[in-house]
Design a protein around this ligand. Structure first.
Ligand SMILES: [Zn+2]
Length: 153
């Protein structure tokens, strides 16, 4: 109990040092962020840490407040460190993650197989079927029965 009282006194002492009029603002950070403090005064540097990192995931850190510009750096022993200067209002941080193992296969689909060319009607080869005996002929007269090629009149 003594310790808690001491901490309380300490907090009170700090608050009085900073002045009771110093307005503090909070950072609403969800999705894995850790903050170095619970609240910040305007102009203070805020450090948010993002430690739980999956190696196959891309993270995009953003601030929902348009007037706040965040800086993202990477520390091998900590993880991502997001820093910004506290404005005179609360700030909301967000994070978007994307698994890099998921590759978007949006390659062109295989072109449809070319339709086979329809066999051209046999009208130029000169081959004809004899109406009398059924033999296929290339000459003007049927080699089998001597009939004349039809349509030669
Ligand atoms: Zn014939």
């Amino acid at each position: 109990m003594k310790k808690i009282l001491l901490v309380l006194l300490e907090v009170l002492a700090i608050m009085s040092l900073l002045g009771c009029g110093t307005q503090k603002y909070v950072v609403n950070a969800t999705g894995g962020y850790e903050l170095d403090k619970k609240s910040y005064a305007a102009g203070e540097e805020v450090k948010a840490y993002f430690k739980y990192i999956a190696t196959d995931t891309d993270y995009t850190f953003y601030c929902e407040n348009e007037d706040v510009t965040i800086k993202t750096s990477y520390d091998n022993s900590i993880g991502y460190v997001i820093t910004f200067t506290m404005p005179d209002h609360d700030v909301t941080l967000g994070v978007k993650s994307r698994n890099t193992m998921t590759i978007d296969f949006e390659a062109d689909p295989a072109p449809p197989a070319a339709e086979p060319e329809p066999a051209p009607a046999d009208n130029g080869s000169g081959i004809w079927k004899c109406p009398e005996c059924g033999k296929m002929n290339a000459m003007l007269y049927c080699a089998e029965c001597g009939s004349k090629k039809p349509g030669l009149d």
